[in-house]
Design a protein around this ligand. Structure first.
Ligand SMILES: NC(=O)c1ccc[n+]([C@@H]2O[C@H](COP(=O)([O-])OP(=O)(O)OC[C@H]3O[C@@H](n4cnc5c(N)ncnc54)[C@H](OP(=O)(O)O)[C@@H]3O)[C@@H](O)[C@H]2O)c1
Length: 365
């Protein structure tokens, strides 16, 4: 009998975790059991926990625990194989890409099945956006895409967002900015935006990466930034240029410092991420354009309408994989194969002990 191994995270205290092992739950009609071959782990997964109640990520794989602790399963993007099926349209042996728990196995309820994808139609997942309930049936995909499985797990969720942010900036003529500042520049989502702007021959802003001392060499080595500025040294930024500020840190101190220094020359201020997950909060009244949360689905829907979904997906994938290939030499991919190491690495992520040069892939199956 298959035993499940899972990492549970306390929804009220992310540093409290538990390795849970249990026997196969039985499958109901329409359900499939998957063995999770691998998934990527980044600061994005910490953000899923942070916004788990607000956006509903905890609802993807809810836990009914016997100890009454508020345990949750943090989702991650990965690849899995179907090992048992109670769904006529999904065969044992199929390979999937999608949103899985940090675990060895999971049960999905397949519905709205198409040759290239299906949705998990479980009642508890209704509140989640379609993006998170969609599972790609990768056997139907071109060989070229299949070769980039690891990149797809580790980079695509972040670089796909970079693409939407980059496209939003270009679509709006950079809001008139001559300079783009990236907060938490060593994050995949952050440097992805910079790399994409740098590769676009139609735009030429000054690109400034803001990062921590430990990630400075990595950010300089990316070769896409004209200037690298450390946290606390924001006064080194040229305040005379119209400036777009794209922030992956969610750090209130940083947003405040940038706006106070650049002043009315901040022409766009987009809050995309929260990698500094314990430094968030309300920003007060600040000079320059009002900081606003970047809502990727809005730009996504606009381009879906203008370009069509397949063209949009192809552009996003091509641009993202080009960045992933470009930075391969700068990043090592490390494999985590046991739950105890995953438990420790989760704490490392929470406490900023994972340098940007380490790409984390996990396999508990
Ligand atoms: N809105 C969206 O749709 C969307 C989509 C994808 C990602 N994002 C967000 O973008 C952010 C980055 O995600 P990613 O996947 O690109 O992450 P990533 O590559 O794992 O980011 C790693 C970087 O984040 C900073 N960092 C990580 N953990 C930290 C901690 N505990 N304390 C302080 N800094 C920490 C460090 O950068 P520095 O030293 O340079 O600060 C680190 O090098 C996340 O908050 C994520 O939620 C948003």
């Amino acid at each position: 009998m298959t035993n499940y191994t899972e990492l549970w995270v306390n929804r009220d205290d992310f540093r409290s975790t538990k390795i849970a092992q249990r026997e196969n739950p039985p499958l109901s009609d329409g359900e499939i059991r998957v063995s999770i071959d691998k998934f990527g782990l980044t600061a994005n997964n910490v953000s899923y926990a942070l916004t788990g109640d607000m956006i509903g990520y905890w609802k993807a794989y809810p836990v009914n625990s016997e100890d009454n602790e508020p345990w949750g399963r943090v989702p991650a993007w990965g690849c899995a194989d179907v090992i048992e099926s109670n769904c006529d349209d999904i065969a044992v042996g199929e390979r999937l890409w999608g949103f899985f728990p940090m675990a060895s196995h999971a049960v999905l309820k397949a519905g709205k099945v198409k040759p290239e994808r299906f949705l998990d139609i479980s009642e508890h997942r209704r509140a989640l956006a379609t993006l998170y309930n969609t599972y790609r049936r990768t056997d139907a995909e071109p060989e070229l895409v299949k070769q980039f499985e690891n990149e797809r797990c580790l980079f695509l969720p972040s670089l796909g967002t970079s693409f939407i942010v980059y496209d939003y900036l270009v679509d709006n003529h950079l809001f008139g900015a001559e300079q783009v500042l990236i907060g938490s520049a060593s994050s995949k989502t952050g440097f992805g935006v910079a790399k994409m702007l740098r590769s676009d021959a139609n735009v030429d802003p000054k690109l400034v990466g803001i990062t921590s001392p430990g990630n400075r060499d990595f950010v300089e080595g990316l070769g896409c930034f004209d200037q690298v500025v450390l946290y606390g040294e924001e006064d080194q930024i040229d305040a005379s240029k119209p400036t777009a500020y794209i922030d992956m840190s969610g750090d209130v101190r940083l947003t405040t410092a940038v706006h106070k220094h650049v002043g009315e020359n901040v022409v766009c201020s987009s809050l995309v991420g929260a990698s500094h997950w314990e430094q968030g909060g309300e920003v007060g009244e600040l000079p320059g354009a009002e900081p606003t949360f970047f809502f990727a689905p809005t730009q996504f829907a606009k381009r879906q309408k203008e370009w069509g979904e397949s063209v949009l997906m192809m552009k996003a994938m091509q641009t993202s994989f080009a960045v992933a290939a470009d930075i391969k030499k700068l990043m090592s991919i490390e494999w985590i194969n046991d739950p105890k190491t995953l438990q420790k690495t989760w704490l490392d992520l929470l406490d900023n002990r994972v340098p940007a040069s380490r790409g984390l892939m996990v396999s508990l199956a």
